[in-house]
Design a binder for this molecule. Structure first.
Ligand SMILES: N[C@@H](CCC(=O)N[C@@H](CS)C(=O)NCC(=O)O)C(=O)O
Length: 203
């Protein structure tokens, strides 16, 4: 049985979303998004940095959301959310899948730290405005790519589970301007998926 080590409002939602889309059975170990849970000895034994998500499969542990998504698609013979390597959309699939943690999430992390996690007296306005600029720049090519299409490579794929989740989070932080109308529509498309709705609202 797959076990998802989970905390609400985190990247662990990507894994729940994927498992729901695929209809695979799983259990959830729900933790609070709080150091008492995430930095506990028990959880650090699963993830050295005390972060989520972590997937447990028959006692094997794997962390890094992108690696977990790939692991599930490969090991559970559910390839329908990933194009074949001979498919013309395969390079774009890989590119957007990895663009998420590579380019979009670093400024999102800084924005969350500077607006939510740090106490007001420790916040840094320069770091915050620089991260907002970087995020806007990183989202521009995504907005362009989505012109005339519902999902990143046309059909819904695991690239949307990665980058779509990041776009949803960026929008929730108020960092997707109205001019990025393709991106706004994309966030709506994702939000209308029942599997996403379940994952994003899991507490
Ligand atoms: N690149 C990692 C990032 C993992 C990560 O930073 N997770 C956040 C939640 S979205 C976390 O656990 N933060 C708790 C902390 O930093 O203490 C992934 O994609 O899994």
């Amino acid at each position: 049985m797959l076990i998802v080590h989970f905390a609400p409002n985190s990247r662990a939602g990507r894994i729940i979303w994927l498992l729901e889309e695929l209809g695979l059975p799983y259990e959830v170990n729900k933790m609070r998004f709080h150091p008492e849970d995430l930095k506990s000895e028990t959880h650090r034994a699963r993830h050295p940095l005390g972060r989520v998500p972590v997937l447990e499969d028959d006692g094997k542990l794997i962390w890094e959301s992108g690696a977990i998504v790939e692991y599930i698609l490969e090991c559970h013979e559910k390839a329908d959310l990933k194009p074949d390597k001979r498919d013309p959309s395969f390079p774009a699939y890989l590119q957007w899948f990895h663009y998420c943690e590579g380019m979009v999430m670093p400024p999102v992390n800084t924005i969350v730290v500077q607006t939510v996690l740090l106490s007001p007296d420790r916040r840094d306005e320069t770091a915050l405005s620089q991260a907002k600029k970087l995020l806007t720049r990183a989202l521009e090519p995504v907005n362009r790519e989505l012109s005339g299409r519902d999902y990143l490579i046309g059909n819904f794929s695991a690239a949307d589970i990665m980058l779509g989740h990041a776009c949803f989070m960026s929008n929730r932080l108020g960092c997707v301007p109205e001019e990025m109308s393709n991106l706004k529509r994309y966030v709506d498309n994702i939000s209308s998926r029942p599997a996403f709705d379940l994952a994003i609202n899991m507490q």
